[in-house]
Design a binder for this molecule. Structure first.
Ligand SMILES: Cc1ncc(COP(=O)(O)OP(=O)(O)O)c(N)n1
Ligand SMILES: Cc1nc(C(=O)O)sc1CCOP(=O)(O)O
Ligand SMILES: [Mg+2]
Length: 209
């Protein structure tokens, strides 16, 4: 399977506090997550480095890809991928620094114009959202499902959907041709690592149905 197709697990420092980061991410990988994004909004550079390095090793063991949110220097230092939003710096500059092989993702909200600019900057995938109500990011601007059809007909790159994705609504996104399902709460709000693995397996199965 292409590395840019499947479940894209995104970490959350609240849901994955108190020692849950590594066991829960490992469970997501065991369940079949293909990409992991390290999303940590703290300014603790040492802890961020150590956590990201540990996640990079876990992803390597599972032949999955690690993506760092917001932080080009950290992605470069670890030799892993990067996701940037509209406020996070230049995608083109990131592509130039990371080289042609690195996975680079860009947030496009509900805008085909932002997607066009991201394509021109050299991204590896286009992220649209939010498609459903999100407890993680309730104020993210909404995006309609039809946008996915327009994006797929206009761009050749993999399309990622984010925002309130659950096992119940994911089939609607897949019906509109989504390649990557980016999930935080529906995956990592679980009460145990075993439950994370079960949820990840259920998401991953949607791509083989
Ligand atoms: C896969 C994916 N898509 C969108 C986002 C959101 O990025 P951004 O708009 O920069 O918001 P933050 O995540 O930084 O709060 C993402 N992180 N990942
Ligand atoms: C980080 C993020 N970005 C979004 C966007 O629309 O760009 S929605 C979102 C939160 C995704 O978390 P959950 O799966 O818990 O809704
Ligand atoms: Mg960001």
């Amino acid at each position: 399977m292409s590395p840019l197709r499947g479940l894209y697990a995104i970490t959350d420092s609240v849901l994955l506090a108190e020692g849950r980061l590594l066991p829960y991410v490992e469970a997501a990988l065991q369940g079949g997550a293909r990409l992991v994004q390290y999303r940590d909004k703290s300014g603790d550079a040492n802890r961020r480095h150590d956590e990201a390095a540990a996640l990079a090793e876990l992803c390597r063991q599972h032949q999955a890809q690690l993506i760092i949110n917001d932080d080009l220097p950290l992605a470069r230092q670890l030799g892993v991928g990067l996701h940037l939003g509209q406020e996070d710096g230049s995608l083109a500059a990131a592509r130039a620094e990371l080289g042609t092989e690195a996975i680079l993702g860009g947030t496009c909200h509900a805008s085909l114009e932002l997607a066009e600019a991201a394509v021109q900057a050299g991204v590896s995938y286009l992220a649209f959202g939010r498609f459903f109500a999100s407890s993680t990011k309730p104020d993210a601007p909404p995006a309609p499902l039809e946008l996915l059809d327009q994006a797929r007909s206009r761009f050749a790159l993999p399309v990622c959907a984010i925002g309130g994705v659950t096992l119940d609504n994911a089939p609607h996104l897949l019906a509109h041709g989504v390649d990557l399902l980016a999930v935080i709460h529906s995956l990592f709000s679980a009460a145990s690592a075993g439950e994370v693995e079960r949820r990840a397996r259920a998401f991953a199965r949607l791509f083989t149905a």
